[in-house]
Design a protein around this ligand. Structure first.
Ligand SMILES: Nc1ncnc2c1ncn2[C@@H]1O[C@H](COP(=O)(O)OP(=O)(O)O)[C@@H](O)[C@H]1O
Ligand SMILES: [Mg+2]
Length: 204
């Protein structure tokens, strides 16, 4: 059976095979071969490791089935349901989703994990359970640093501002409120977030 390619990003192809998703990191010819191989191996292993950790803590993310260093691929459960990106482009009703995003992110950060690529294309809404599910952990890291968490929030802020400008800044304010209500370290992270933003302004 030929697997069905359902997405292709900058680094990986995504195939749907029965109810499994196969994410395969392809060769990037512009990189030096040794560096390319090392990066693909690192990101494949990292994504697998984070998915295992998330499952152990009951965090909504796909279940890891297997991973291969030679194919540079991981297999995980297919999450049925739309990307949050598409739902938000379709409706003005964002409060509930924003709340779920803030809560998930706070749980992730309190477990000392930063996502590294927080966009609404990396969040799916499970069509049965209606649970907000994060995906795409290839750029994630284990970190207890306030700075890393603040940068994660900053990237999310930017992503919402550019993709969901019709409902911005309302949506981000709701995310922050929910983050504050959930994370034990929210005050520190938000204070640092303000500094990260100020740094961004000074660079322009
Ligand atoms: N477990 C999954 N279940 C359903 N769809 C998925 C899953 N993993 C990835 N996808 C789909 O493939 C797209 C790209 O996957 P992603 O892991 O975000 O890779 P990339 O690094 O290319 O962005 C996602 O935006 C989503 O539409
Ligand atoms: Mg992605």
């Amino acid at each position: 059976m030929t697997p069905n390619k359902i997405a292709q990003g900058a680094e990986a192809s995504i195939y749907l095979e029965n109810s499994s998703i196969i994410k395969e990191r392809f060769v990037k010819r512009y990189r030096l071969p040794q560096i390319d191989e090392a990066l693909r191996t690192f990101r494949t292993r990292r994504e697998a490791k984070i998915l295992q950790k998330l499952e152990a803590m009951n965090f909504p993310a796909p279940h890891l089935q297997e991973f291969s260093d030679t194919r540079m691929s991981i297999a995980m459960d297919f999450i049925p349901g739309p990307k949050v990106r598409d739902i938000l482009l379709d409706t003005q009703q964002y409060a509930q989703i924003a709340e779920a995003i803030g809560k998930n992110l706070a749980k992730l950060h309190d477990a000392q994990i930063v996502h590294g690529d927080l966009t609404t294309s990396n969040m799916l809404l499970h069509e049965q359970s209606k649970e907000l599910t994060f995906i795409d952990f290839g750029l994630s890291a284990f970190s207890d640093k306030v700075e890393d968490k603040a940068v994660d929030l900053f990237l999310l802020d930017r992503a919402l501002q550019s993709t969901h400008f019709q409902i911005y800044p309302g949506i981000f304010q709701n995310v922050l409120e929910s983050y504050q209500n959930t994370s034990a370290q929210a005050a520190e992270v938000l204070a640092r977030f303000e500094k990260v933003k100020a740094r961004g302004r000074n660079k322009k």
